[in-house]
Design a protein around this ligand. Structure first.
Ligand SMILES: [Mg+2]
Length: 259
């Protein structure tokens, strides 16, 4: 298969924490040489596309902000379309707050007046914030999660809790499942990926380290998929994988072998 577009996960695929995955720079250079369109798509909802571009530039990888999507950009797009005037209570990072405000959304700290509760990765999350989220969900509040990632790979090899952990904490205490969870592999994320590449999905490849988000996104889009074993997925997970990836790579360093 000759691919014309690649959707590339970042955490666990291109870098782990602050460390680049060995061979990532060369693999992305190989995409450029072949004129393959690139969309970097992260479920980390804390950074703007510009901040991702800066982070990649620090690793020696040149990517235009227009080639970057994230759970935050998908969430902002969704909220701007479905809840443009609703009061939004955010349990999430300051980086996500900035992006939602930049999208013209109406954020509030008054939980009693909330129409939408957004739950996301938040290092400052504590008992008091959980209590406010519980109260914000009283009544007819719409419950939105930015992305389902329960954990994020850290540079020291350990995992740390992600948005999914906080969404589950809120859902558990409120006895209410989210109305929608955005980010990969949601239908909103599929639309974002297909819309950004403007290619026939059958000519595209999704590369990522998570079966339940990256590979599920690719399968849902009708794109081919390649799992890399440099992040949260190990070889032992593969027999149970559903959907199963089309390609298995030790890391992004082997990407050229499937292009
Ligand atoms: Mg990843």
């Amino acid at each position: 298969m000759t691919y014309r577009g690649v959707v590339l996960d970042l955490d666990g695929t291109v870098y782990r924490g602050n460390e680049p995955v060995s061979g990532a720079r060369e693999a992305i250079a190989a995409l450029r040489e072949r004129d393959i369109s690139l969309l970097c798509f992260s479920n980390n909802p804390t950074l703007t596309p510009e901040a991702y571009a800066d982070r990649l530039a620090d690793l020696g990888i040149e990517v235009n902000p227009s080639e970057i999507a994230s759970a935050a950009s998908v969430t902002a797009t969704y909220l701007a379309r479905e809840h443009p005037d609703d009061r939004i209570f955010l349990v999430g990072s300051s980086g996500l707050r900035d992006q939602l405000e930049d999208a013209g959304l109406a954020l509030t700290e008054k939980w009693a007046k909330t129409e939408v509760l957004v739950a996301s990765y938040d290092r400052g999350f504590d008992y008091d914030r959980l209590t406010e989220a519980l109260w914000a969900l009283e009544g007819k509040t719409t419950f939105v999660g930015t992305d389902p990632d329960m954990t994020i790979p850290h540079s020291d090899g350990h995992l740390v809790p992600g948005s999914g952990a906080i969404i589950h904490a809120v859902a558990g205490v409120a006895g209410q499942e989210p109305d929608i969870v955005l980010g990969k592999p949601s239908s909103e994320a599929r639309d974002a990926a297909i819309g950004a590449l403007e290619l026939d999905p059958q000519q595209c490849l999704v590369v990522g380290d998570r079966l339940d988000t990256d590979i599920a996104l690719g399968a849902g889009c009708g794109m081919d998929t390649a799992v890399v074993l440099s992040g949260v997925t190990s070889e032992a997970d593969l027999p149970e994988a559903d959907p199963s990836p089309d390609h298995v790579l030790d890391s992004i360093a082997d990407l050229e072998s499937v292009l």
